[in-house]
Design a protein around this ligand. Structure first.
Ligand code: COA
Length: 570
């Protein structure tokens, strides 16, 4: 079928659908939902059999759904209606939730149902549920809906009597009363609002939005007071315990320009002097963790949004070197349950006094981490991707000897979208040695998301395992134990040492790094400001003004036709 994806942004769910639909042989194109006239033009150009609206922030125009079947992905079970479905499900403490694929009509979320899936709820951020359970359920439901549509079936009408409309969730519903709300309620309110819009609150004398809350099971204090800080996060007392808040966003002030608009940063950084004055606590929330199970070491790193600042990269490098000194045979890099890594931290770069200098520091720190992994000859290393990876994060995984990925993972192994960034992380060494020069060129230039199976076919991933992030980790542990106890373990390790020595003699790692960084310096300090402009747009979440042509294939085709006509005429 010809499927036009219509979305507010090419977000994780839309990328996953792109990958899943393409893998099933559908002809897929994307239009970002910018204006009704633009969406209608896309339909005229592409002539799709169906429009799949995967992620919208507004209703579809009648002119669109009247001329082509439009399937809307609603992140709630049949009957649920409204723009804050998941938010309410988390706040209300629902045990089970779902995703419905319905056909758009004049009633918002009230159209006939093509397919739905349900799933058990988990105590997690809204964005985590969205990236995992919702994405999994939505992919299954969309594929089922398309099969039914192709077979000439009809959707099932919704009964008005069973409709459960819920309003937009506002800050008054999310607000925390630190003198009354228990820890569980505080966690639920923050989770229901994370990553958008956050819970508006007052902290350290500032109006801020709260994100990424974790329970601290041991400490107590006067409700609402800040008890300390650790790894950039702050600890705040509730009536019956305390919670860590890792990220904050200062509330916008009236009259602020676009360039002054606040964005999410580590909590201590947002609180400034008030944050730094807090006592540094030795124990508590930590983004990096190490566990040992017999011959296998497991290093996890759960950086918010997969973004890795200079200090994150160096802390992980040190933790990796420390883990490599332990007497294990296999060292598994587990990333976090939502993201493996999305490369350097564009927000902390944006806020730095010199973003160019901070970009260079951050990429050098990332390179140090990659080098430590590449040069590790004491263990076999495994990168285990529970969650998605983007840009430098994908190449960080290739530094390991074995790459495992969860089936649902989507990678974006390219830098170009960030203002033509050249990229480092020794990608010029790591990528061609895995996939060959031709394929490396295609992957980095095409700028397309890759599903786990596609990444495996391309050579970026060695093995894929199904299931949730938790099930995936269990399989990874078993696989790592298998590697450690295999009869050929010593041979594999000595082959690895020999290969590293040969590669180093052929072309030292330092040479790859030097050449990559020379190009990156041009991105950071050269006359072309594209990277700085793209980063500004990305960090401030500015909406796209047009759909990139590599995704809007209908426009690229129309463009080519037009160009051919013009050439013929001239
Ligand atoms: N630095 C800071 N924040 C980052 C980030 C990075 N490198 N990568 C992702 N994020 C944040 C986003 O701002 C967003 O924040 P919010 O939802 O809390 O507002 C969140 O992570 C999710 O990102 P989003 O872009 O919405 O996810 P996606 O699934 O739609 O797209 C990527 C995934 C990887 C394609 C996209 O996030 C991306 O292009 N990231 C930048 C990668 C990059 O260029 N890194 C630098 C070069 S190494």
């Amino acid at each position: 079928m010809r499927v036009l994806l219509l979305a507010h942004a090419f977000n994780s769910l839309t990328q996953r659908l792109w990958v899943a639909l393409t893998a099933r042989g559908h002809e897929v194109s994307l239009e970002l939902d910018i204006a009704d006239a633009v969406s209608l033009e896309a339909v005229q150009l592409f002539r799709p059999d169906v429009v799949v609206a995967s992620f919208l922030k507004r209703a579809l125009p009648e002119a669109l759904w009247a001329c082509v079947p439009c399937l809307v992905v609603h992140p709630g079970p049949p009957g649920d209606r409204g723009p804050s479905s998941l938010d309410w499900a988390i706040l209300d403490g629902k045990q089970e939730w779902g995703v419905t694929v319905l056909q758009a009509n004049a009633v918002m979320d009230g159209g006939p149902v093509w397919a739905f899936r349900s799933f058990p709820m988990r105590a997690a951020r809204k964005s985590s549920l969205y990236r995992n359970e919702v994405t999994e359920a939505a992919t299954g439901a969309v594929l089922e809906a398309l099969e039914k549509l192709a077979a000439g079936a009809r959707p099932e009408a919704q009964r008005e009597a069973t409709a459960r409309p819920r309003p937009l969730m506002k800050q008054e519903h999310r607000r925390i009363d630190w003198t009354k709300d228990d820890t569980e309620t505080v966690l639920r309110k923050v989770r229901a609002s994370d990553s958008v819009p956050g819970v508006l609150d007052s902290l350290g004398g500032q109006e801020v939005y709260l994100y990424n809350a974790f329970l601290d099971a041991t400490r107590r204090g006067a409700p609402g007071t800040l008890l300390g800080r650790k790894s950039g996060a702050v600890l705040r007392a509730t009536v019956d315990g305390a919670v860590w808040l890792t990220h904050l966003k200062r509330a916008a002030r009236t009259g602020e320009s676009e360039a002054e608009a606040p964005f999410k940063l580590p909590a201590v950084e947002v609180l400034g002097e008030a944050g730094r004055a807090l006592p540094e606590l030795a124990e508590g929330w930590a983004p990096i963790g190490y566990q040992r199970a017999g011959d296998v070491g497991l290093l996890s790193f759960d950086f918010y949004n997969g973004a890795m600042s200079t200090s994150d990269c160096l802390a992980l490098r040190d933790a990796f070197l420390e883990a490599a000194r332990r007497p294990t045979k296999v060292l598994v890099l587990l990333g976090g349950p939502d993201f493996w890594s999305n490369g350097i931290h564009l927000n902390t770069i944006e806020v730095a006094s010199s973003p160019a200098d901070e970009s260079l520091r951050n990429i050098e720190a990332m390179d140090e981490l990659c080098r430590a992994i590449i040069e590790c000859t004491s263990q076999l290393t495994v990168a285990a991707l529970q969650g998605n990876a983007g840009a430098g994060g994908c190449f960080l995984a290739l530094a390991a000897d074995v790459v495992l990925a969860r089936d649902g993972v989507v990678q974006n192994p390219h830098y170009k979208n960030m203002g033509n960034l050249y990229g480092s992380e020794y990608w010029t060494y790591l990528l061609p040695r895995r996939v060959g020069a031709k394929q490396a060129e295609a992957i980095t230039q095409n700028r397309m998301p890759l599903g786990a199976q596609e990444a495996k076919r391309a050579g970026l991933v060695d093995e894929c395992f199904p299931g949730s992030p938790g099930e995936f980790v269990s399989r990874v542990k078993a696989r790592a134990q298998g590697l450690a106890s295999a009869a050929d373990f010593e041979r594999r390790l000595s082959d690895k040492r020999a290969r590293r020595a040969t590669d180093e003699a052929t072309r030292p790692l330092s040479k790859y790094r030097e050449e990559e960084l020379a190009k990156m310096r041009l991105n950071f300090y050269g006359f072309d400001p594209s990277y700085h402009v793209a980063r500004f747009h990305f960090v401030h979440r500015l909406p796209h003004a047009w759909t990139p042509l590599h995704l809007a294939r209908h426009r690229a085709q129309a463009w080519k036709k037009q160009a051919a006509l013009t050439t013929r005429v001239t």
